[in-house]
Design a protein around this ligand. Structure first.
Ligand SMILES: NC(=O)c1ccc[n+]([C@@H]2O[C@H](COP(=O)([O-])OP(=O)(O)OC[C@H]3O[C@@H](n4cnc5c(N)ncnc54)[C@H](OP(=O)(O)O)[C@@H]3O)[C@@H](O)[C@H]2O)c1
Length: 338
């Protein structure tokens, strides 16, 4: 998931925003401060944020974990008043001179890349879409990164109606949408993997079967799926591929990995190993956010996809919100209200 450039034009007005200036634990580095309100550049939309969804990317940034993230160009660096947060839902407050597709007052949602944990965020117009008409700001803010990554996982896996899909991490931010999207797009069978406390929720989202990983090993089910959506990497690829059909695809969205490379390490390993086995490994990257979001909007409005919110926190309780997400055991999404 790409982030946007970090240079932001600002005004003399101020706004409340979550900021951090060094890497560390949320209680040590995250602060809520008054900082200058951003100005939209020509291709931007300025959004009055009403709710913001939290994602593992947010803590990867402020923790500087994995270490690779600290040197990657274009991602969040520790610096004075560095902002935080990607997913948002809110109202258009202003538009840049080149923007024709949005008007002040429109309800929108999308991915900022950086800075959505604030009262205002300036976002390139190609990273947002009109909000579904049948959801609240909180529900909309829970959607963008998880649902876009879930859709991108199905695309990376060259998913077609009639295929069977297994999703590891089915109760997480990506998983809840992967289950629903696979069903909505015609999967013959969807199996979700999660722990006992989330089994009922994943069933409710439409999974045909759920594997409780505390009781059962999904690599020993004796079933073979066309597509494996990996969000946790709790087992190595060479074991997980036992759950894949001979020509099946392992869509690697995230999870696993060490302090240095994070998921990049196992992802690279799986890609190299796939040269020696019949199954394909497909790294998941999302392109065309606005088009993907528009497809997801249609499915939400048709009642086929919905967000699941584990907890909401006001902006002032950002530390509690991020500690909750960092447990790695959320049931759906953590949302911040602004
Ligand atoms: N490729 C991309 O563009 C992209 C985009 C977004 C995110 N990501 C990455 O994808 C990963 C997942 O993101 P996310 O938003 O889904 O994370 P998340 O919401 O934090 O995932 C939490 C979920 O993981 C489940 N889980 C924990 N341990 C598990 C295990 N051993 N087996 C199966 N499920 C387990 C938990 O279920 P239980 O409580 O039931 O254990 C919980 O519901 C992260 O590493 C993230 O950085 C990649």
């Amino acid at each position: 998931m790409k982030t946007t450039a970090e240079t932001v034009k600002t005004t003399a007005e101020t706004m409340k925003a979550v900021v951090w200036d060094r890497h560390g634990a949320p209680e040590d580095v995250l602060k809520v401060r008054e900082i200058p309100k951003p100005l939209p550049s020509a291709d931007d939309v300025l959004v009055r944020v009403r709710a913001a969804g939290a994602n593992p990317y947010d803590w990867h940034y402020y923790r500087g974990d994995p270490l690779l993230i600290r040197v990657m160009p274009g991602v969040a660096k520790a610096k004075e008043s560095q902002r935080l947060g990607s997913d948002f839902a809110g109202e258009v407050a202003d538009i840049g001179s080149n923007v024709t597709s949005f008007a002040v007052g429109d309800r929108v949602y999308g991915l900022a890349g950086l800075g959505s944990f604030a009262q205002y965020v300036a976002v390139p117009a190609n990273r947002l879409a009109p909000m579904p008409t049948n959801v609240t700001f909180e529900e909309a803010a829970a959607v963008p990164m998880g649902a876009i990554t879930a859709m991108a996982s199905l695309r990376a896996g060259r998913f077609e109606a009639g295929q069977s899909v297994i999703i590891n991490g089915a109760s997480g931010g990506i998983g809840i949408f992967a289950v629903q999207l696979a069903k909505a797009l015609g999967a013959s069978e969807v199996t979700g993997v999660c722990s006992t406390r989330n089994v009922a929720m994943v069933q409710m989202l439409g999974a045909d079967s759920v594997v409780d990983y505390t009781q059962q090993d999904y690599t020993r089910l004796g079933k073979r799926y066309d597509l494996f959506v990996e969000t946790q990497y709790s087992q190595p690829f060479l074991r997980s591929r036992r759950a894949l059909a001979r020509r099946g695809t392992f869509a690697f969205a995230g999870g696993g990995g060490g302090r240095l490379l994070g998921p990049g390490g196992p992802m690279l390993g799986a890609i190299l190993l796939s040269a020696f086995v019949p199954q394909r490994v497909a790294p998941v990257t999302a392109k065309g956010y606005r088009a993907l979001l528009s497809e997801i909007t249609a499915l939400i409005e048709a009642g086929k996809v919905r967000a699941v919110i584990d907890a909401t926190y006001p902006l002032d309780r950002i530390i509690d919100a991020m500690k909750h997400l960092e447990t790695g055991h959320v049931s759906g999404k953590v949302v911040i209200t602004v």
